[in-house]
Design a protein around this ligand. Structure first.
Ligand code: ZN
Length: 155
């Protein structure tokens, strides 16, 4: 039961006494986990506002971050906490094992058998593709690539 002046924490649901300087606004208790939850919630609320959606997306911000990265290239050269190695060194080791991409590329087609409608069309997803009229009523092989659709008659 809440005592006078106490409030229920939004994170842990325990009753706490808000700091008197912030008693009308404090919604989370002072424990580290709840302060972290408060920070996450307030940042998510800020990012969720429509006026803040593009706040850091201006070209001036991109240039600022690029300039900062150029002077402080820390991410790739500091010792990693788990591996105790620098990522740049690990990449140099692993680079010897990398092989070039296959020159022909991979076959990414989705293959299916389709029946040609009496209006000599084949259906793929929500689209209809016309084929030569002589294939009406036949079964054809369809290969759907990311950038094109190929239809085959007898291999
Ligand atoms: Zn709490």
């Amino acid at each position: 039961m809440a005592q006078a002046g106490q409030r229920k924490c939004r994170s842990c649901a325990q009753f706490f006494v808000p700091d008197r300087r912030n008693r009308t606004r404090q919604r989370y208790c002072a424990s580290a986990a709840c302060r972290r939850a408060s920070k996450i919630a307030s940042q998510a609320a800020w990012v969720g506002k429509p006026e803040n959606q593009d706040y850091f997306r201006d070209p001036c911000h991109a240039a600022r971050v690029r300039a900062w990265r150029a002077v402080q290239p820390v991410a790739n050269v500091r010792v990693h906490a788990q591996t105790h190695q620098r990522p740049v060194d690990r990449f140099a080791e692993g680079q010897a094992n990398l092989r070039p991409l296959h020159p022909v590329g991979f076959n990414l087609a989705r293959v299916c058998s389709v029946r040609v409608s009496p209006q000599f069309r084949v259906a793929l997803d929500a689209n209809h593709y016309s084929v030569p009229a002589r294939y009406a009523g036949q079964n054809l092989l369809l290969k759907a690539y990311p950038d094109r659709v190929c239809v085959y008659y007898r291999d």
